[in-house]
Write a protein that binds this ligand. Structure first.
Ligand code: M6R
Length: 611
């Protein structure tokens, strides 16, 4: 969840690292730090500040420092409070280290090392790695070997980047944590990062090392070079080298005030591109291969928004295919001793492809002999590499911590998979494809229309933003949309929000209703009367009613305090995605009026790479 950037080249590492870290700040922002070679002392020099990266930038601003090598970090605290001492890099006179992940046996290692006379200056698990690596480094002054030795002592999923006071090499290694290296082909600069996004504009070639492969960047007399080695020290070819697929505009907000809003507005275009790829274009064949797995029980697993996408997808799969489909939270699934059979399949949903619990759940399925597939955004991510098949959602980089466009494309991709598995697809391939195409095109059009005229939702947001709590309700495929609406709102506006199945309200949650509670009620054409009855029940208890319901519905408007009309016509399957965009915009504006940090909400990180 932490952001890592390292650099070795001819330019000032501070500029490169700060720019890279600012792009990664969405992954963690409790504190930030950088270590360079001090031009005066020629030794390691660290700067660490709590809070956002800006605090670090301010400290460095007046210093006029220049170093051709450096490592930097933005932290999402796991072990140890948010203090400057716990901020990375951790360093001594010989080595400096940044780390993303958790060293599970840090407590035990720390005790052993203290018993052997070592001193610790922070509460972090990371420092045990520094102490271990330094002990080995003192023996041979060989960085690669020292990191290799230290790594063999630790348990847990982590990525480490280490530099020495000599200032001529960087070593990086990881286990089930994101880490890439980059190379600029013009000036020969090398980079290391937890995300290729940090390297956009700096590196054209990206290296994706396998787990437990040591990446070694060295400055030689002829220029810098990179090499890869296994844990025995032998040269390794267990990495992939690819051209960076990201272009410069992904790092800009453009005309939008926040990345989240930019990403919401990208949806119509991305849906059209998705359609071109999967229904009209080359992706057709990828999805067809999935037919081979029809009639098998499916376990869909994800976290947060991805889990909500899974809930909608389950409805599609069961409805169109009549096969058992289970949806589970990865964090529960992996510890629940689930009943898994070889003939079943696992479908893992993740934007980042790096969520620790989702990765562990996939591994569990694989170990039990299931074929595993992903619906994933990030090419080359750990999930992508571990599954036998991947359905890329093609959402582009998602920067806002609150996931928006990824959800839409996850559900669409799952919808397509569910249709491809079904019997009607076999018999009427083109007919079904045309039907899917028409509905997806209509969805993109309706989202676009709504976004062009969302002023009404902004006004409602302003009027309800001060209320005490928000209850989102919906039925069937709209129930996960209610869950997702509530998650979005609590994430970015810091207000209490819950999603409920509308029919479930009177089994308990209705006790919450009073004039301070807003009910955002999704009234879909399907199950219309029953859902309206639930709205009436809330209204009778003085709840504030916001309905998202069929357009031109005068009676619904009449019983609502605020009414958001939606054109459901022609969207029998994908209507939930249109309503979800309404919820996204509503949450965005409520947060905007509250003045929260929308793209980087407190306590959250974009990619949850620890359990
Ligand atoms: O990268 P993933 O899709 O695996 O992430 C899963 C969740 O952490 C993520 O969806 C989270 O709930 C978002 N912040 C929701 O907006």
């Amino acid at each position: 969840m932490c952001g890592i950037v390292g650099y070795l080249g001819e330019n000032n590492s501070i500029d490169v690292i700060l720019e890279g870290l600012s792009r990664l700040e969405y992954r963690g922002y409790d504190s930030a730090g950088i270590c360079i070679i001090d031009p005066q002392t020629a030794g390691l020099s660290s700067f660490r500040e709590t809070g956002k990266l800006n605090n670090l930038k301010k400290v460095l601003a007046g210093k006029n420092l220049f170093s051709r090598i450096g490592i930097g970090h933005t932290r999402w605290a796991t072990h140890g409070a948010v203090t400057a001492d716990n901020a990375h890099p951790h360093s001594n006179e010989l080595l400096a280290i940044v780390h993303n992940g958790i060293i599970e046996n840090a407590g035990q290692l720390r005790e052993e090392l203290i018993a052997q006379g070592e001193k610790f200056y922070s509460q972090t698990d990371t420092e045990t790695f520094l102490v271990l690596a330094t002990r080995y480094y003192k023996q041979k002054m060989d960085l690669r070997w020292s990191v290799q030795q230290a790594f063999s002592h630790i348990r847990g999923n982590s990525a480490f980047v280490v530099m020495t006071a000599k200032g001529d090499e960087i070593v990086a290694i990881k286990r089930a944590a994101p880490l890439v290296c980059g190379q600029n082909n013009v000036n020969g600069d090398f980079f290391v990062s937890s995300d290729p996004y940090a390297l956009v504009g700096f590196a054209e070639d990206i290296y994706f090392p396998e787990d437990e492969v040591i990446c070694h960047i060295q400055k030689m007399t002829s220029g810098s070079m990179i090499s890869f080695h296994d844990l025995e020290g032998k040269e390794s070819s267990s990495f992939q080298k690819k051209k960076s697929e990201l272009n410069a505009d992904v790092v800009e907000k453009g005309e939008f005030e926040h990345f989240m809003l930019k990403e919401i507005f990208e949806q119509p275009r991305l849906i059209a591109q998705w359609l071109d790829f999967y229904v009209n274009g080359p992706g057709k064949e990828d999805v067809l291969k999935f037919q081979e797995y029809k009639s098998r029980t499916i376990h869909i697993v994800g976290c947060g928004t991805a889990w909500h996408a899974g809930l909608v997808i389950r409805d599609f799969v069961e409805h169109f295919n009549r096969i058992h489909t289970h949806v589970e939270l990865a964090s529960e699934f992996r510890y629940r001793d689930p009943l898994l059979k070889e003939e079943e399949i696992g479908l893992f949903i993740s934007q980042s492809g790096e969520t620790a619990d989702t990765l562990a759940a996939e591994e569990l399925c694989r170990e039990n002999g299931l074929q595993t597939f992903s619906i994933v955004n990030t090419v080359g991510s750990t999930l992508y590499r571990n599954c036998v098949g991947n359905f890329l959602i093609r959402a582009g980089q998602e920067i806002g911590v609150a996931s928006t466009k990824a959800f839409t494309l996850q559900v669409l991709t799952g919808y397509l998979c569910s249709r491809v598995l079904s019997k009607d697809f076999e018999g009427h391939n083109d007919l079904v494809r045309d039907e899917i195409k028409r509905e997806v095109e209509l969805l993109a059009e309706r989202i676009d229309l709504f976004l062009k005229d969302s002023e009404g939702v902004k006004n409602i947001a302003q009027k309800i933003q001060k209320h005490k709590g928000f209850i989102f309700t919906g039925r069937r495929r709209y129930y996960p949309i209610a869950l997702e609406g509530a998650l979005k709102l609590k994430e970015i506006a810091y207000v209490h929000a819950e999603g409920f199945a509308a029919g479930e309200l009177k089994h308990g949650p209705i006790a919450l209703i009073d004039e301070d509670i807003v009910n955002i009620a999704i009234v879909s054409p399907e199950l219309y009367e029953k859902t309206v009855s639930n709205v009436e029940e809330v209204k009778a208890r003085n709840g504030v009613i916001v309905t998202i319901g069929p357009k031109n519905d005068a009676p619904l408007k009449e019983i609502s305090d605020f009414y958001i009309p939606v054109d459901f016509e022609g969207l029998p399957n994908l209507g939930p995605l249109l309503v979800n965009v309404v919820n996204q915009v509503l949450a965005y504006y409520i947060a905007l009026f509250k003045g929260t940090d929308i793209d980087k909400p407190r306590n959250l990180a974009k990619s949850v790479t620890v359990e």
